[in-house]
Design a protein around this ligand. Structure first.
Ligand SMILES: [Zn+2]
Length: 343
């Protein structure tokens, strides 16, 4: 029988301090060339071991081989000039200097496939691999070529599909697309955002997930969250269409979140990675708190569809905090598993 409530993480985990400056996004590498390549693999092994020791069921690379969840993928593509930078508003929230799309975008070679193969060699547990989603990718670029957000998103969807198919062959069980932009551009999500995501997963036989969220616990995000009011009903706009999509799993934040839990009813039937760990706080959840969040989610998610998870990536957290949070996640899931097996 398949394990009930398999635990997982939404994405990144902290890197060791010998590889990159801790508690920093876009942290530069501390190693170079072959040492960097070896260091990334060592960090991946460590990250995997930490997940395993915490009892996480669906494991990942902890995003140890990438600097950033969107930028690293784009760096490997043709058509984007990282020297030519323009200032744009990211997710309608903060200004950032971003690279420019100067020509047709394309993927000359695989980006993460070698890393995924390496992870596959290390474990027989199910593995999940994260890629950026098309809408979130276009939102981190200045487009001087297509001059159409939609057109560029379709191009990226095709590229993502190529990468995803190769990740599947490398043995990845779940391919996840990170789409924090889905929380901001509702009209576009409904017009073409979900359609481009469907293009990205076209022909895949492995499971697919979309992670929509309110972002890392960085200042720009926490400031923005203050403006959203007491109830975050953003998901309400996009859930109906997402429910009808062919994406298998939806990953969202539910711990210390202002998202009303009953919105999960709108995606009934999908698997849900329920974020039961707050990544914007160093306070370690107790197993009972985790269990409580999962119990609330169980009112709207069938038990066989629920995966306890973190709200988002944990890259910016101190390692000991991330480790303790993973332990709490496992312990909390175990409490609810026992309750379900009794009832
Ligand atoms: Zn997230």
């Amino acid at each position: 029988m398949k394990k009930l409530l398999p635990t997982s993480t939404a994405g990144s985990l902290p890197k060791p301090s010998w590889l990159a400056q801790p508690e920093t996004l876009w942290s530069p590498w501390k190693l170079q060339d072959q040492e960097l390549a070896d260091g990334k693999q060592d960090a991946l092994r460590l990250s995997l071991q930490e997940q395993q020791q915490a009892g996480i069921d669906i494991v990942s690379d902890g995003e140890q081989t990438r600097q950033h969840f969107v930028t690293t993928f784009i760096e490997h593509l043709d058509g984007v000039d990282f020297q030519k930078r323009e200032t744009v508003r990211i997710r309608d929230r903060y200004d950032a200097s971003v690279p420019t799309v100067v020509g047709a975008v394309s993927r000359q070679k695989p980006v993460f496939v070698e890393d995924a193969r390496f992870l596959r060699q290390q474990t027989r547990q199910p593995i999940k691999w994260a890629l950026p989603g098309p809408m979130t990718m276009i939102d981190t670029l200045y487009d001087a070529h297509y001059k159409s957000r939609e057109k560029l998103a379709w191009e990226f969807a095709t590229i993502l599909n190529q990468e995803a198919k190769e990740l599947e062959v490398a043995g990845v069980d779940i391919i996840q697309f990170d789409e924090p932009a889905f929380n901001v551009f509702f009209d576009e999500v409904n017009d073409w955002g979900i359609a481009t995501l469907e293009r990205a997963i076209e022909g895949l036989k492995c499971e697919t997930a979309v992670h929509i969220c309110y972002g890392y616990g960085i200042k720009a995000n926490t400031e923005w969250k203050k403006t959203l009011g007491a109830e975050w009903r953003q998901y309400e706009e996009i859930f109906p269409k997402l429910q009808k999509s062919s994406i298998d799993i939806i990953s969202l934040e539910c711990q210390n979140s202002h998202v009303p839990m009953e919105l999960l009813e709108l995606i009934r039937g999908k698997k849900v990675m329920v974020g039961a760990i707050d990544v914007a706080s160093n306070i370690i959840e107790t197993p009972e708190q985790v269990a409580d969040t999962l119990r609330k989610a169980l009112q709207f998610v069938d038990a066989e569809n629920l995966c306890p998870c973190t709200n988002c990536g944990m890259a910016p957290l101190p390692r000991r905090v991330a480790r303790a949070k993973l332990n709490a996640l496992s312990a909390g899931a175990e409490i609810v598993r026992r309750e379900l097996s009794i009832s």
